[in-house]
Design a protein around this ligand. Structure first.
Ligand SMILES: C[S@@+](CC[C@H](N)C(=O)[O-])C[C@H]1O[C@@H](n2cnc3c(N)ncnc32)[C@H](O)[C@@H]1O
Length: 292
């Protein structure tokens, strides 16, 4: 389909936008990040962006939170958590010497635009149709930057190495931070292996920040709600690994997990400080790894 929109990527932006209308949550994010997602939501087709009006009404906001929590407790706060921790982890990687950022399956994520605005060469990789949507959204809202490279990929016929090399801007000799947020979960183990092989082969000095869902930590009902929710929007959770197996897979490609943030740490460290009485999705992890 010519302009197919990833609904999982769109709903992440919609949920983030809706939740950050709460000032207690918004205070943990910069104005750049908040306004970025507001603009993404305005860009989305009316059937998705109706939320922008509805969420301004407290009753509908509360109803939406109640409904979501009933179906899959913690799903909402996991979106807030991943946007918070991932941005901080990318910044940490840059402070530790990474000179460029690659966002795998970038969807409507803000990190490429954010770090490009700070003159860090950033590369966003997604399908042709999603990259076109992103380009339009960025152009409409003045987010374009000479440091931001939007890289369309045809996953069946191209690999990440080719796509990055074709930009003429990517330097494999520079220390690079790769971001895989909500990405590998949607790929088969074979595709995940190809990508890990590609990035570790391309760059000798790299960090990989990835999110991971261990579905085995959810009970049967919540696991069903999670997988069927994703299926309802035409996508599939495919990576059949638990946390230990995922870490072993990273190790096979010489990627060592140096920092791991799990849902209970997030509840303690972030959500309780926000004074919000909502859980974070069980089985959700953010892993920061380095090639050794
Ligand atoms: C769940 S969304 C996550 C978006 C974004 N990373 C975030 O967390 O806000 C997954 C994204 O990966 C993209 N995607 C799926 N398979 C891909 C592949 N093989 N190569 C590049 N992008 C892919 C989808 O189009 C979608 O935008």
């Amino acid at each position: 389909m010519a302009n197919k929109l990833s609904l999982t990527a769109s709903y992440i932006a919609v949920k983030f936008y809706g939740l950050t209308l709460n000032p207690k949550i918004a205070s943990y994010f910069t104005p750049f990040t908040i306004s970025f997602y507001e603009k993404v939501v305005s860009y989305l087709p009316a059937k998705l962006s109706w939320n922008q009006t509805a969420f301004r009404v407290r009753f509908w906001r509360n109803f939406f939170v109640w409904w979501e929590e009933l179906l899959l407790p913690g799903d909402l706060m996991h979106i807030i958590s991943r946007k918070y921790y991932v941005e901080h982890a990318v910044r940490k990687a840059i402070n530790e010497g990474c000179e460029q950022l690659v966002v795998l399956g970038s969807g409507f994520d803000h990190n490429g635009a954010l770090f490009a605005s700070e003159n860090i060469p950033s590369f966003e990789i997604d399908t042709h149709s999603m990259i076109e949507h992103k380009r339009k959204m960025l152009t409409q809202n003045g987010f374009n930057s000479e440091f931001l490279n939007l890289c369309p990929i045809d996953p069946a016929n191209q690999n990440i190495k080719e796509v990055l090399s074709e930009t003429g801007e990517f330097d494999p000799n520079r220390k690079t931070v790769f971001l895989a947020e909500g990405f590998f979960d949607y790929l088969s183990i074979e595709s995940t292996r190809v990508i890990l092989e590609n990035i570790t082969d391309l760059c000798s000095d790299l960090k990989l920040i990835s999110t991971f869902f261990d579905l085995g930590e959810l009970n049967f009902f919540h696991r069903f709600m999670f997988t069927s929710g994703v299926a309802m929007v035409g996508e599939t959770l495919k990576l059949p690994l638990n946390r230990k197996e995922y870490i072993s897979l990273l190790n096979e490609y010489d990627l060592k997990v140096e920092n791991e943030t799990n849902y209970s740490k997030i509840e303690l460290e972030l959500i309780s400080k926000m004074d919000i009485d909502l859980p974070v999705l069980k089985g959700f992890y953010i892993m920061e790894s380095t090639k050794y």
